[in-house]
Every structure is written in C-alpha cells, then in structure tokens.
Design a protein around this ligand. Sequence first.
Ligand SMILES: *[C@@H]1O[C@H](CO)[C@@H](O)[C@H](O)[C@H]1NC(C)=O
Ligand SMILES: *[C@@H]1O[C@H](CO)[C@@H](O)[C@H](O)[C@H]1NC(C)=O
Ligand SMILES: *[C@@H]1O[C@H](CO)[C@@H](O)[C@H](O)[C@H]1NC(C)=O
Ligand SMILES: *[C@@H]1O[C@H](CO)[C@@H](O)[C@H](O)[C@H]1NC(C)=O
Ligand SMILES: *[C@@H]1O[C@H](CO)[C@@H](O)[C@H](O)[C@H]1NC(C)=O
Ligand SMILES: *[C@@H]1O[C@H](CO)[C@@H](O)[C@H](O)[C@H]1NC(C)=O
Ligand SMILES: *[C@@H]1O[C@H](CO)[C@@H](O)[C@H](O)[C@H]1NC(C)=O
Ligand SMILES: *[C@@H]1O[C@H](CO)[C@@H](O)[C@H](O)[C@H]1NC(C)=O
Length: 765
Amino acid sequence: MELKWTLLLLGLFLESRESHTCGIGFKSENKSCVDTDECVMDPGVCGNHAQCFNTPGSYYCTCDEGFQSTPPNFTQTTGQCLDINECLVGTYECSADLECVNTIGSFNCSCPKGYKTSRLDAGCEDVDECLSSVCGVHSSCFNTAGGFLCTCSPGFVEHENSTCADIDECKDNLDICGTNAQCRNKVGSYNCECHQGYSNYGNNQSKCIEMSCDQFKAESDVESTPETLKHLRALLRSSCESLRTANGSRKTGEQLLENVCTSSNELLSEGKIADGETLNQFLDVVENSMRLIGPQLKDPVTRMETHNTFAEVAVMRGQTPPSGRVTLRTDSALFSTSWETVVGKSYPGFVFAALVSYKDLNSSRDLLHKMSRERPDDEERSVTYQLNSKVVTAVVSNAETKQLSEPVMLVFTHEEERAESKGVAYSCVYWDEGAWSGRGCERAWSNSTHTACSCSHLSSFAVLMALYPVQDTFELVLMTHLGLALSLVCLFLCILTFKFCRSIQGTRTSIHLHLSISLFIADLVFLCGISSTHNQVACGIVAGLLHFFFLSAFCWMLLEGVQLYRMVVMVFHTTLKHLYMYLVGYGVPLVIVIISAISFPAGYGTKRHCWLSLDQNFIWSFLAPVCIIVVLNSFVFTITVWKLAEKFSSLNPDLSKLRNIKGFTVTAVAQFCILGGTWVFGSFLFYEKVTQVALYLFTILNSLQGVIIFIMHCLLSKPVRDEYYKLISRICSLKEKKYSEFSTNHSSNSQQPLRSNPTTGESKI
Ligand SMILES: *[C@@H]1O[C@H](CO)[C@@H](O)[C@H](O)[C@H]1NC(C)=O
Ligand SMILES: *[C@@H]1O[C@H](CO)[C@@H](O)[C@H](O)[C@H]1NC(C)=O
Ligand SMILES: *[C@@H]1O[C@H](CO)[C@@H](O)[C@H](O)[C@H]1NC(C)=O
Ligand SMILES: *[C@@H]1O[C@H](CO)[C@@H](O)[C@H](O)[C@H]1NC(C)=O
Ligand SMILES: *[C@@H]1O[C@H](CO)[C@@H](O)[C@H](O)[C@H]1NC(C)=O
Ligand SMILES: *[C@@H]1O[C@H](CO)[C@@H](O)[C@H](O)[C@H]1NC(C)=O
Ligand SMILES: *[C@@H]1O[C@H](CO)[C@@H](O)[C@H](O)[C@H]1NC(C)=O
Ligand SMILES: *[C@@H]1O[C@H](CO)[C@@H](O)[C@H](O)[C@H]1NC(C)=O
C-alpha cells in the first residue's frame, strides 16, 4: 500500500517536473516538450512589411521587398522593417523628364506636378490649369509651365487671402475725374459724371472739359446757306447739346461721321458751295463736327469714304498721353504730326486727329482760285492761280491750333502732273475766311506729282499753282512783225490791183478788195496795237477793231463762196448787189461786236494782249462765228464743186466758162483753207498746252495771210500779171525812150492779153 502511494506521488512529481523543464520556445505536451510557433501565436510579432519565419525554439523576421532592417534577420526585440527610399538610394533611375516619387515599399516614376502624360514613354506635357476655374472671381488665370498664375482684373486689387477686391478709384485718386465731374465708383471701374456744361464725349473715365455748342448755333445760318448744311448743323447741334447736358439719346460717333460725310457729299456733288461765305460755313462745320465726333469714335482708326469726301480719324485713350508720330491718309493727301502736338497742353484722357479731303470742291473754280492780296506784284505780272490738289481739312483735339509748337506735315497729290518750271510755282495755302493765304504754311518740297507742306497752324489746306505768263520769245515777236509788215505790203498791192485793174473788175474782185481791206486794217491794228495793254480803253478798242475786221474777213470769204455758187448755178445776173454784200461783209461783224461789247465789255482786252479775254468764254464770240462760217462755207464749196462736176458732164458744156469757174473755186478753197484753217487751228491754242512748234506755225500762217492772197489772186492770175507787165513796160518806156523799138515790141506783146477775154486767162492751180 505504501508503495502504491509512493509511486503515485512520484508519478505526480515526475509529471510536474517534466512540465517545468521545457526550454523557451517549447511547450510541454503529453509530458514532452514541443516547439511553439511564435509566428502563429502572435501574427504581429514582426511588425508591418515583414515575413515571420518560425525556427525550433525561436523565430526570425525578414523584411518584404522595398523594406529593410538591421540586422536583416531580426526579432521583435532586435529590429523593425523600414521603407527603402529608392529615389534617394538611387537603385532606380527614372527616364528623362520623369520624376521619381518614393512610395511605401516601392517608388513611382511620374511627370512632375503640373504636367501630365498619356503614356509614360511619351514625355510629359503641361496641364492647363486655367481650363478649370482655379482663380476665383475678378481675376484672370494665366497658365505657366507646370503651374498657373492668378492676377486680379483691372480695377481690382489682391487681398492677403488671395482674393481680388474692387478698387475704389474715386478714393484712391481724388483728381481722377478732374474738378468738373462727380466720380462714381463701380465694381471694377468708375465713371466720371460731368457737371452741366462739361463733357468727356462719352469717354466715362476721362476728365470732363468745358463744352459749348455755339459753333453749331442756328444763327450762323444765313439766307444763302444750303438746306443740307442747315440740317447738318441742326443734327450736330442736338447731338452736341445731348452730350453737354448728358441726357437724351444721341447718335454714336460713327453715325454722326456718316451723316457729315453724306451731307458733305451732297453739298459738293450738287455744287451748292458757290460763294466764299458758303465755303466758309461748310469748312467750319466740317472742322467743328470733327471736334465733336473724333472723341466719340470707338475704333483707334476710323475711315469713311463717300463719292466726294474721304475722312480718316485716329483716336487714342488712356491714362497717359500717347507719344510718337501719327499719320493719316486719304486718297489725295497725307497728314503727319506727333501725338504731342495733337495733345497740346492738357490731356483729358483722349486725343484724336482727323483728316478730311473733298474730292469735288470745284463747283466754283474761280472762288477756289481766289488768292488773298499778299503778293501785289503778282497782279502786275498777271499771274494766274489754279488749285492743283484736293482741298483737305486737318483737325486735332488740341484746341490751340493757331500757333503749333511743332509744324505739321501735309503731302498733297497733284491733280495735274506738272513739275515746277519757270512758268509754274507751287505754294501751300490755307482757306482764310474768303481767300487762300500762304501765311504760316511753307512748301517743304515739290516734284511733278506731289507737294509737301509744313504748316504751323491747322485749317483747310490745298496746293495752289501759280502760273506765270510765258514771255513771248524775241524770235516770235520778230517773226510776227516781219510777217505782218510783208503782209501789209502785199495787201496794199492787192488793194491797188483790185481797185484799179480794169480787166478783172466784177463781183469777185470787189469781194477780194474788201477781204484785203479787212485784213489790211486788221493786220495794221494788230501790228500797232496788240501790245498796248497799258491803256485799258485803247486796248479794248484795239481788241474790238481786231474782232470786227477779222470777222469781216471771214464774212467776205463766205460771200466769195456764195458768189462762186451763183456763178455755177445761175447763167445770168451773177453779180451780187453791193448793198447786200456790205450788209453781210460789214454788217454782220458789226452786230456781233456790238452785242459782245454790250454783254461783256470787260472781255475786250486782257492783261497780256489786246485781244478777247478767255473769261466767261468770251473768246467764243469770235471763235463761234468763225466756226459757223467755216462750216457754212465748206457746205457751199461742196455744193459748188458738185454742181460744177454736173455741168461738166452735161450735154454741151460751156467749157471755157466752166474751166474759169473751176480755177476760181480752187483758188477760193485754197484761200479759205489757209485763212479758216489758221484760226480754227489757232483756237485750240487758247485751251491746250501750247507747244512751241504750234505757236510758231500759227504765228507764221497768220502773219503771211496777206502774202498768200497776193500770190493767189494777183501773181497767179494771168490778166493781173499782164496788167503788171503793161504797167512796168509803161514805166520803162517813159524812162528809156531811147529803146523805143524795144518798148513798142514790149507794149504790142502786152497788148494781146488785154484784147483777150479777161475770164479766159485765170490761173490754173
Ligand atoms: C497526448 O495525449 C492525448 C490524450 O491524452 C492524445 O490524444 C495525444 O495523441 C497525445 N499526444 C501525443 C503526441 O502522444
Ligand atoms: C537568417 O536565418 C535563416 C534561418 O536560420 C538563415 O538561413 C539565414 O541565412 C539567416 N540570414 C542572415 C542574413 O543571417
Ligand atoms: C504611380 O502612381 C500613380 C498614382 O499615384 C499610379 O496611377 C501609377 O500607376 C503609378 N505608377 C507606377 C509605375 O507605379
Ligand atoms: C478675404 O478678405 C476679405 C477682406 O479682408 C474678406 O472680405 C473676404 O471675405 C475674405 N475672403 C475669404 C475667402 O476669406
Ligand atoms: C458710360 O456710362 C454710362 C452710364 O453710366 C453707360 O451707359 C455707358 O455704357 C458707359 N460707357 C462706357 C464706354 O463704359
Ligand atoms: C435735359 O436736361 C435739361 C436740364 O436738366 C432739361 O432742361 C432738358 O429738357 C433735358 N432734355 C431731355 C431730352 O430730357
Ligand atoms: C470738278 O473737276 C473734276 C476734274 O477736274 C471734274 O471731273 C468734275 O466734274 C468737276 N466737278 C464739278 C462739280 O464741276
Ligand atoms: C514725288 O515724291 C514722292 C514722295 O517722295 C514719290 O513717291 C513720287 O514718286 C515722286 N514723283 C516723282 C515723279 O518723282
């Protein structure tokens, strides 16, 4: 029994002893020690990112990839796993522009901030952050490479908390609207509300300047003011008033400009601007309208063109005055100045410059040619003036344009291409209340197509062409005098011949006689009186006499044509009654001269010659009758020749008579061609540019007319020649009686033609 208990106790002891003897990491199980799995027993024994490995009686931890520990095998008490920063360690490199980003346990190659990529190997591109509204209200977003910027809109300022807040401009700058306006702050901006009588022309942020609409007042209208101009003025007035009082609706600057252009166009094309007063008013209205319209135009440069006007306006706005040059162009002129000149002394916040050209301001050329009396010597030299450019008006916002600090430049295109020469001089002029004046305007340069002017004030300008009379050259004067003297001698011989040569007496010879007398007196008056311009009355009389006798010569030529016709057609009574002949030959010219003298006495005598004036086309009182006679005579001659031809082919023509008439006709036609042609040709000289050759030709033909008549009617006419022989031989026989035999021989010779029928010996040309 005792043993039994002992054994039991021993067993218990052994059992208990056994369980207490398993080492660390072991546990007793069924009285033996077995390993404990720490990894299972305590899953967190290694911490994060580590693998747990059980070993008999112990365990160890190793880190996951991307982590590391010291030492590599560790237990809970000896270490832990830490992330490896691959980007720092440099175990991996990211390609090109990619950026390395460490992650827990790994890393990532990605585009830098602000960039994005669709494929990693395709490189990075900037992200436009502004596409999504990142900046908030009242600010503008600017994308930058890899980022963006926010700036506050104008009129806003940035607060510390990077939001934009409105600036109160009125408080910040008390003078911002000047003294003539009430400043009103608005979100992001401000308005200057002008006091009554002041205006900033709709430029809300500009200072207000004093404004008067008196320049458009209706009292300026006078009776002669064209309706269109009145309407335009009324429109501008109401527009001006509504600007001044800042109430009422008004037209925009563009609409007003259009109105001004169309009204001007109407006035110009209808030729309503006929006198100096109307022109003054017109140019005034245009200039003032530009002052009103310019500041209201929205665009920096506005052009407007109608048929007769061309306007260009440049406007600048801003807090600081502009600088540099401004150049405006129209179809026919260029206007160049500096913005400083345009601004002048005070700058309200806007400036403008305008150039208007008038294409057709020639409704009254005389008016435009009027030159103010600045050059009295011109009158004596009988200089004539002509505009050779369009008229332009130049306006700038600077109101002090009477004396500019720096001259402006205007370049005009000539209407007529003509270079300066001895007879032509260009000058720059402006319209000075009724006449053109050159004061304060200098010509900078000039070539055949352009003239540049430099002017120290602004107004309406043009280029005036002074035409100096070309002095007749000495050769021409000499030739004229010699030719006329020769003509006078010849005509005198003709007159004697026609008067006293008995063998040729008849109607035709009477006509020739009076033709010669007319031409003789005309040439004589011409030779003595054409240059007597110093005495106006004498000069007028000379011109009148020349008018009368030259016309008379033409009338006698017409009579000759008629007489020839009668000789062909009528068999008997071929003589014209002398009374009728005188009526036509002297009466008609007399009537013409009387009518001309009564209707325009000043037309007789010009400053250069004692001849008909070109004013009011007075010269046509000579040229028109001449042309009519030329046409009539051509007609008469044509019929005569036709009838003559008819007669020649008739059954039994009176051949000798017809041959005579044929001879007369040929002579008459030749004479008519030379006399008539000279003057018809000469009439072109009054208008066209006279070439030297044409002038000489006219002078020679004109002064040799007498010689030609003498040759044709005397020297080439057999009866006349015979009479001359007779006369000469008589003189000879008187002087040289010794040679009586020769004389009788001679006289018997010359006797023959006297017996012959006078009409058979006509010359054959
Ligand atoms: C320990 O004993 C239990 C019952 O007591 C048994 O089921 C188990 O198999 C034994 N273990 C070993 C290793 O012998
Ligand atoms: C960590 O322990 C294991 C198992 O005992 C062994 O195989 C391994 O070499 C050890 N590692 C280090 C770095 O000692
Ligand atoms: C890098 O990280 C981004 C997001 O963080 C992920 O979309 C991309 O797949 C990662 N790239 C790599 C190579 O791990
Ligand atoms: C930023 O500051 C202004 C003034 O200090 C304040 O009125 C506004 O509410 C602030 N905005 C924000 C988003 O905090
Ligand atoms: C100027 O102010 C008036 C009224 O304050 C407004 O109607 C007009 O549009 C403003 N003009 C401009 C150009 O801002
Ligand atoms: C504009 O205001 C003035 C004075 O305030 C007033 O006399 C005039 O009738 C007003 N005009 C219009 C068109 O309202
Ligand atoms: C003005 O002159 C031009 C050319 O000189 C001419 O074509 C035009 O018809 C003239 N206009 C008037 C109204 O006389
Ligand atoms: C005249 O001068 C202008 C400007 O210099 C030039 O354009 C033009 O060709 C010149 N004309 C002639 C004929 O030389």
